[in-house]
Design a protein around this ligand. Structure first.
Ligand SMILES: NC(=O)N[C@@H](CC(=O)O)C(=O)O
Ligand SMILES: [Zn+2]
Ligand SMILES: [Zn+2]
Length: 429
């Protein structure tokens, strides 16, 4: 299979060039290329980046196939410009053993739209009591290199310490959902003026920051690698800056929704805005944008969290936390980081592809746009404007907080190892 991309601007800079893609590899980059029988893509000066890598999605299979499947989530990922995603372990049954992670991995391969890497649970059943068999999952066909109890915090410091020690031996990373559960009992929204005024019990910033600080210390002592999921507060940014300065091997992700949205949204009591960690203050969102630009926060991860209508269209307290993210991530990053001048397209490649690929240790993702490199690519129309409609997404669920918003930038085409997985708003295969 041969594809010729005509007139793309690599990293959105310089003169447009042609790329000849053959057998899954960028064979030639040059001017006025041609190839017999190749599928031709007219890029018209649009932006070409390495395919995006999402370290944090919930694909809900097995167990909640009424809200998302590996197939529908893979289609959403391809449409969002992703070529690799990490599927969290909080499924039913939990992905805490080789059988489940191998199933998720195999199903992702069968669908073939995006590389689906299962995340293994840190503790059995996400219960936080007994370590799962990390080694067995690492050595399984799924080749698990990231472990997380996401949805729950590994709050017992002894369990967390052991998990870090084991993960070091396995050359894996522990991704922590940083939430001290004793500080968030009954919490419904960011602890601040808005929650107080509306009578919603607060989720304090310190519940996140105290775990991040503790785990940075544990990781440093263990010489292990730690990744912080969905960083949401300015205080966490300060802790990360301190830990990185003293050489801790810590990385961190921020979600698009924490970059754009704030707790000003609470007034409507619409549970589409309910998420864990909660939408924070405007000053937190500002600090997160700055931290992402500087590299203190390494990357963007969506925390794509589909939920059924009955779990969202209900009273605030009963609603499940979480929101869709795969098909809006690029546009929200364009709005918050590119339009503001905080990142150029080169920087977008860093935070959405290169850094997440490096954190997860993926050898064939987040690679340079150069001859001989794997053709995992996303072509972007930076000038497009579109209106978000959750029902039009490939996901089964439609719980997007961006409903009705007009956003910049669109994915025109996604390519996985030379195969087009999405083009013009439609997933292939
Ligand atoms: N982010 C959420 O609000 N929900 C996630 C779990 C999680 O990421 O903590 C989910 O699984 O729905
Ligand atoms: Zn989480
Ligand atoms: Zn999550």
């Amino acid at each position: 299979m041969t594809t010729l991309i005509k007139g793309a601007r690599l990293y959105g800079a310089g003169d447009p060039v042609d790329l000849l893609i053959r057998d899954g590899v960028i064979e030639t980059i040059g001017a006025d290329l041609s190839a017999e029988g190749a599928e031709v893509v007219q890029a018209r000066g649009q932006v070409l980046l390495p395919g995006f890598v999402d370290l944090h999605v919930h694909l809900r299979e097995p167990g909640r196939e009424d809200t998302e499947t590996i197939a529908t989530g893979s289609a959403a990922a391809a449409l969002g410009g992703y070529t690799a995603v990490f599927a969290m372990a909080n499924t039913d049954p939990v992905a805490d053993n080789a059988l489940i992670v191998e199933h998720v991995h195999a199903e992702g391969k069968r669908v073939g739209l995006v590389d689906v890497h299962p995340v293994g649970a840190v503790t059995v059943g996400l219960a936080g009591v007994k370590l799962a068999e990390l080694g067995t999952m690492a050595k399984s066909k799924a080749n698990v290199r990231m472990f997380s109890d996401d949805g729950h915090c590994v709050h017992d410091p002894l369990i967390m310490r052991r998990a870090l020690e084991y993960s070091k031996a396995l050359d894996a990373v522990i991704a922590q959902h940083a939430e001290e559960p004793r500080l968030t009992v009954g919490a419904q929204a960011h602890e601040g003026e808005n929650a107080a005024r509306l009578g919603l019990q607060g989720w304090p910033a310190a519940a996140e920051e105290s775990i991040v600080a503790r785990d940075c210390l544990l990781a440093q002592h263990a010489g292990a690698r730690l990744h912080i999921c969905h960083v949401s507060t300015a205080g966490t940014v300060d802790v990360l800056r301190w830990a990185k300065d003293r050489g801790t091997q810590v990385s961190a992700e921020v979600t698009p929704h924490h970059l754009l949205l704030t707790d000003d949204r609470l007034d409507t009591f619409d549970p589409v805005n309910k998420v864990n960690p909660p939408l924070r203050a405007a000053s937190d969102a500002q600090a997160l944008r700055q931290a992402l630009a500087e590299g203190v926060v390494d990357c963007v991860a969506t925390d794509h969290a589909p939920h059924a209508v009955q779990d969202k269209d209900c009273e605030w307290a009963a609603a499940r936390p979480g929101m869709l993210g795969l098909q809006t991530a690029l546009s929200v990053v364009a709005r918050t980081m590119v339009e503001t001048g905080l990142l150029d397209w080169r920087g977008v490649a860093r935070v959405m592809s290169e850094r997440p690929a490096a954190i997860a240790g993926l050898p064939d993702q987040g690679r340079p746009l150069a001859e001989g490199e794997p053709a995992n690519l996303v072509l972007i129309d930076p000038d497009a404007r579109w209106t978000v409609r959750g029902r039009e997404f490939a996901s089964i669920a439609d719980n997007t907080p961006f409903e009705g918003m007009e956003l910049p930038a669109r994915v025109v085409l996604t390519m996985l190892r030379g195969e087009i997985t999405a083009a013009d708003g439609k997933a292939r295969g």
